[in-house]
Design a protein around this ligand. Structure first.
Ligand SMILES: NC(=O)c1ccc[n+]([C@@H]2O[C@H](COP(=O)([O-])OP(=O)(O)OC[C@H]3O[C@@H](n4cnc5c(N)ncnc54)[C@H](O)[C@@H]3O)[C@@H](O)[C@H]2O)c1
Length: 249
């Protein structure tokens, strides 16, 4: 992990899904670059281990699809951090791998509840703390699936298209208030989430990447940290890409 000394000095961040994969990598890098971080995640054991490993200031074990829990955690984390400058919404699941006409209804609903409704709850409850200070950087994790649609992943693709639309709307609402909100659309990268998918689906997604390899979590974290920094100052309500050439729009 390369580090820019002091880029996040004095800055505070909430990272959802912070106990694994991209969220963990982003949190570690923000801390290494001087920031203070609260981690939110469903997996309490992984959360405790990650807090000890990277030195997070505050953790909340919660389900982001539980609005009341998210509202309480936002208050607790804001109090623990003193202010909230950065929100990275990385919590997410893939759901079942099946055609739309065979898709299990409960899995479809769970994907939308976590990936889209949960992300809305996190943004809804954290933005007021940013408005207090007239400063904020929001990074919402979408996916190339939300731009292109992956076959056998209709719930995931729909949820991530929703994240893109939501973030474009939010960014325009916040433009002029010192708060920047963008979405990231990675292609497939090496992380524990891939264990939720059959190997054939991972192979299909790799075959769509012109660079011919999966991304590394460090490569997406580098982009997220730029999006979360003061230097990202004239791009909002937009999407950034880390896809090895898969999506060029
Ligand atoms: N890995 C990829 O190839 C890829 C590609 C494009 C987009 N993304 C997106 O990036 C984000 C991070 O993915 P990752 O690869 O780091 O996944 P990951 O599985 O390594 O980490 C996701 C974290 O979210 C947590 N989580 C899941 N459901 C939750 C809930 N209901 N409430 C709170 N926390 C919950 C998990 O416990 C886990 O710690 C996800 O939103 C994912 O959809 C990943």
């Amino acid at each position: 992990m390369s580090v820019w000394s002091g880029r996040f000095d004095g800055r505070t961040a909430i990272v959802t899904g912070g106990a694994s994969g991209l969220g963990k990598q982003v949190a570690a890098r923000i801390i290494a670059e001087g920031g203070t971080v609260a981690l939110w995640d469903l997996n309490g054991d992984a959360l405790a281990a990650t807090q000890a490993e990277i030195g997070a200031a505050h953790v909340a074990a919660l389900d982001v699809s539980d609005h009341a829990a998210v509202a309480a955690a936002a208050k607790d984390s804001a109090a623990a951090l003193g202010r909230v400058d950065i929100l990275v919404c990385s919590a997410g699941i893939t759901g079942a791998t099946a055609t739309a006409w065979e898709y299990p209804v409960d899995s479809f609903q769970r994907v939308i509840d976590i990936n889209l409704n949960g992300l809305f709850y996190c943004n809804r409850e954290v933005v007021p703390f940013m408005l207090e200070n007239g400063y904020g950087r929001i990074v919402n994790l979408a996916s190339v699936a939300g731009k292109e649609g992956n076959p056998n992943a209709s719930a995931y693709s729909a949820s991530k298209a929703g994240v893109i639309g939501f973030t474009k709307s939010l960014g325009k609402e916040l433009a002029g208030k010192g708060i920047i909100a963008n979405a990231l659309t990675p292609a497939t990268f090496e992380s524990p989430i891939l264990a939720q998918l059959p190997q054939s689906q991972v192979d299909y997604m790799r075959s769509k990447i012109p660079m011919g390899r999966l991304g590394l979590v460090e490569e997406s974290a580098a982009m997220v940290c730029f999006m979360a920094s003061e230097e990202c100052s004239f791009t909002t309500a937009s999407t950034f890409d880390t896809s090895g050439g898969r999506t060029t729009f």
